[in-house]
Design a protein around this ligand. Structure first.
Ligand SMILES: NC(=O)c1ccc[n+]([C@@H]2O[C@H](COP(=O)([O-])OP(=O)(O)OC[C@H]3O[C@@H](n4cnc5c(N)ncnc54)[C@H](O)[C@@H]3O)[C@@H](O)[C@H]2O)c1
Length: 257
């Protein structure tokens, strides 16, 4: 018996939102696991994605940087076209780009709601649709991994829009897995707990908040970006060939108790 590989040698991966945090770790992890990369970032933050690309190249892989603003459908189309022009195909899509506007539900404005839902749910859908249409369905294969959140499974204060968007990503994952199984495409999500990134570091300067979070995590620590990268690599690899429609919680046990 040949155990399926956890590597992604020679695969082409498009990863969104790679200038910092989880996106950077996922990109570097996929490069170390053997993938060539198209790394996206907002047009005014491309220099940060270039830093990530430089790290990925140290693993001996190709890495190009492509502008993407998921709020603009033409930008999504251009990003996919540029990736195909530059690297020839897309085997793996990682929908990592995301935002949060933490506020109590009574204070959420229409603009807050639209921003979070538009980036975190609508952006994921239309990026995935463009990659499926232009790259994966024509080739009859592909692996799609979206970064949802444990907040798509549980509720938490200050996150009415964010929890709603991430729950949407988790159920969207099931629909796309169902519709595209016949095209040889798997669609999964990773749902992390709080991970130490530039996005969350300021929140943990509040000791009461940090204590509340750690109390809910049986394994007793915050996540690290590499915890998430490992889950993404697994779902992108041949080892997960029969896994689709699944959301892999990387939450230290938060949702288990
Ligand atoms: N950090 C955590 O604790 C945590 C936990 C669970 C899930 N997540 C999710 O992980 C993902 C990455 O989060 P992070 O903590 O690394 O945050 P981050 O702010 O460091 O990264 C977010 C990335 O998304 C990009 N982005 C924002 N708006 C965009 C747009 N309109 N179009 C394209 N790109 C855009 C940003 O430029 C950035 O590169 C997000 O989807 C987030 O919801 C994070």
């Amino acid at each position: 018996m040949q155990i399926p590989s956890l590597r992604v040698d020679g695969k082409i991966a498009l990863v969104t939102g790679t200038g910092s945090g989880l996106g950077r770790a996922i990109a570097i992890g996929l490069a170390q696991a053997g993938a060539d990369l198209a790394l996206t970032e907002l047009p005014d933050k491309l220099a940060l994605a270039e830093e990530t690309a430089a790290e990925a190249r140290k693993a001996g892989r190709r890495a190009i940087v492509v502008p993407l603003d998921v709020l603009r459908l033409p930008s999504i189309d251009e990003c996919v076209d540029r990736t195909l022009d530059g690297l020839g195909r897309i085997d793996i899509l990682v929908n990592n780009a995301g935002v949060n506007v933490p506020k109590l539900a009574v204070d959420v404005t229409e603009a807050d709601w639209d921003r979070v839902l538009d980036v975190d749910l609508k952006g994921v859908f239309f990026t995935t649709q463009a990659v499926a249409r232009k790259a994966m369905i024509p080739r009859g294969s592909g692996k799609i991994v979206s970064i949802a959140s444990q907040m798509g499974v549980v509720g938490y204060r200050h996150r009415a829009a964010y929890c709603s968007a991430k729950a949407g990503v988790i159920n969207l994952t099931r629909v796309l897995a169902f519709e595209w199984a016949g095209h040889g495409i798997t669609v999964n999500a990773v749902a992390p707990t709080f991970i130490e990134t530039p996005l969350t570091r300021p929140m943990f300067e509040d000791p009461a908040f940090k204590e509340d979070v750690l109390r809910r995590i049986p394994l007793g620590r915050l996540g690290k970006p590499e915890d998430v990268a490992g889950a993404v690599i697994y779902l992108s690899s041949p080892a997960a060939d029969l896994v689709t429609g699944h959301t892999l919680l990387v939450d230290g046990g938060w949702t288990a108790v």
